[in-house]
Design a protein around this ligand. Structure first.
Ligand code: FES
Ligand code: FES
Length: 163
């Protein structure tokens, strides 16, 4: 089948892509937009490394076709901050040394971002439940959970301010 044009918003900017029907959202983000912060591990929906936020929901971009993102608002890890302006989760991950190899980190950051936007007061049990869908073979999760707990205040303040 011929490639099709899709139009979506990625990290706040309009994007137009030409994709084949079989192209996954992960491949479109990485290959077409060069947003390589979205990692590909299992490509079977298991590891969570490819997690991005689509219209407010954390999704596995290896399981979603790019065509399905037509008209959607997509946030990747690059949309959470940059080297000069780290977001609250990124600052907390640095503070708590919540990564080692870093392969899982983009997916955990986007997963936690989606969670805290919806539930800025999520407790430890809820955070553990949510990040259990993202595999990390390095950290043992303790610093990851501590960092997400620490970032809650910034999200609560954003939600309270109507940001
Ligand atoms: S690469 Fe998508 S869940 Fe593992
Ligand atoms: S920091 Fe290495 S897999 Fe999580």
């Amino acid at each position: 089948m011929l490639p099709s044009a899709i139009h979506l918003t990625v990290n706040g900017s309009a994007a137009s892509l030409c994709v084949e029907p079989r192209t996954t959202l992960a491949d479109a983000l990485r290959g077409e937009l060069r947003l390589t912060g979205t990692h590909l591990g299992c490509e079977h929906g298991v590891c969570g490394a490819c997690t991005v936020i689509v219209d407010g929901a954390a999704v596995r971009s290896c399981l979603m076709l790019a065509l399905q993102a037509e008209g959607c608002k997509v946030t990747t890890v690059e949309g959470l901050g940059d080297a000069d302006h780290l977001g609250p989760l990124q600052l907390a991950f640095r503070k708590y040394h919540a990564l080692q190899c870093g392969f899982c980190t983009p997916g955990i950051l986007t997963t936690a971002h989606a969670l805290l936007l919806e539930e800025p007061n999520a407790d430890e049990a809820r955070i553990r439940e949510v990040v259990s869908g993202n595999l990390c073979r390095c950290t043992g999760y303790l610093p990851i959970v501590a960092a997400i707990l620490d970032a809650r205040g910034a999200y609560a303040a954003q939600v309270g301010a109507g940001v």
